[in-house]
Design a protein around this ligand. Structure first.
Ligand code: FDA
Length: 305
């Protein structure tokens, strides 16, 4: 049953009609538990509260699968506005974004142009930018663009997913760029031809890539809510004497808040990923797919309770 629900939410998350309807009608169905709000202002309020608790942030203006130039330019402007707001308000926040919102599906030229506009401002305001990783069909294009941008800009990192068979090789190949990488398990519906179908293999590969990237001496964000992965990382860094300046934990806004505070209290950097914006639907569906127990929130949202 859990697998059926998971597939259902992942499938629904890629439905373009539902995505458009959701944008039109605003945050619904309990999505506010995972999304800081529809506007930049609401997300800045959320960041202030988290920063006041000594939790740094990465802010994400939600948006993906953009198919026209006008919207890609608009998304780019939103990111630039967010960078300036973070800096002007002295907030401790980075920026996360998806290349499909900058025009990846339209043209390489467009996505590079938009990313350069963002990275120029990010450099000026000293805000770090992470390119989220989307589905496998866009992984190579994302990494190619990351490599090209990384050779020109310092303030940029990206994400690798442990569910993909290719990721161990990607870690090796990217090593020469000394990249700041966020490591995750992966959130999209993928075919067994490209991704491990079994959770235990995804977990094993997650440990493997955490170890590889840390021992390569690169900055690593371990982005997970899974205690087993967190404990593994703690033991690994202890054993290899890896400084706490070389890694951080990351979790999503609204998920395992108590655990976030515990890690902070233990002296680890614990960054919270704060999404906001009108394009909340796909993100929300992926969160439901990860944990069908969250469906209770949807039902409460629908019933207006
Ligand atoms: P998993 O889902 O395997 O859960 C393991 C355990 O964690 C559970 O058994 C439970 O104990 C605990 N847990 C998980 N969710 C919980 C909840 N809601 N409440 C209580 N306990 C819970 N993906 C992607 O493809 N591209 C990307 O760019 C990103 N970016 C990203 C940034 C950040 C900061 C995070 C935290 C995650 C992502 N992801 C992502 C999502 C990621 O790929 C993955 O889908 C989710 O993090 C869920 O996997 P976990 O590692 O949390 O463990």
């Amino acid at each position: 049953m859990e697998q059926i629900l998971k597939n259902f939410f992942l499938f629904m998350g890629q439905n373009k009609v539902a995505t458009k309807m959701a944008k039109k009608y605003g945050l619904r169905f309990g999505a506010g538990r995972f999304v800081a709000g529809a506007s930049l202002e609401s997300s800045l309020e959320a960041i202030k509260k988290l920063n006041a608790e000594n939790l740094p942030v990465t802010i994400d203006h939600l948006g993906e699968f953009v198919d026209n130039e006008e919207e890609a330019n608009e998304m780019t402007n939103h990111c630039i506005e967010a960078i300036k707001a973070i800096s002007n308000q002295n907030l401790t926040s980075q920026l996360s974004l998806k290349l499909t919102s900058m025009g990846l599906d339209i043209s390489r030229e467009m996505v590079l142009r938009n990313m350069k506009r963002i990275l120029e401002v990010a450099d000026e305001y000293d805000v770090f930018v992470t390119i989220d990783m989307e589905d496998e069909s866009r992984c190579q294009a994302t990494l190619d663009i990351f490599k090209e941008l990384k050779s020109q800009y310092e303030n940029i990192g990206t994400v690798l997913q442990s569910y993909l068979y290719r990721t161990v090789e990607d870690i090796q190949e990217l090593d020469s760029y000394n990249p700041n990488l966020r490591l995750v398990k992966g959130a999209y519906k993928e075919s067994p031809s490209v991704a491990f179908p079994e959770k235990k293999d995804v977990d094993e590969n997650f440990k493997k890539i955490i170890k590889m990237h840390l021992l390569n001496g690169n900055y690593t964000a371990i982005a997970t809510h899974d205690d087993k992965m967190i404990e593994y990382t703690k033991e690994l860094v202890e054993k290899h004497n890896i400084s706490r300046d070389q890694f951080e934990f990351q979790m999503l806004y609204g998920i395992r808040i108590d655990r976030q505070r515990e890690l902070r209290d233990e002296g680890y950097t614990m960054r919270v990923y704060v999404p906001y914006g009108k394009d909340w639907y796909g993100y929300f569906m992926r969160r439901l797919a990860e944990r069908p127990a969250n469906v209770a929130f949807v039902l409460k949202g629908i019933l207006g309770k």
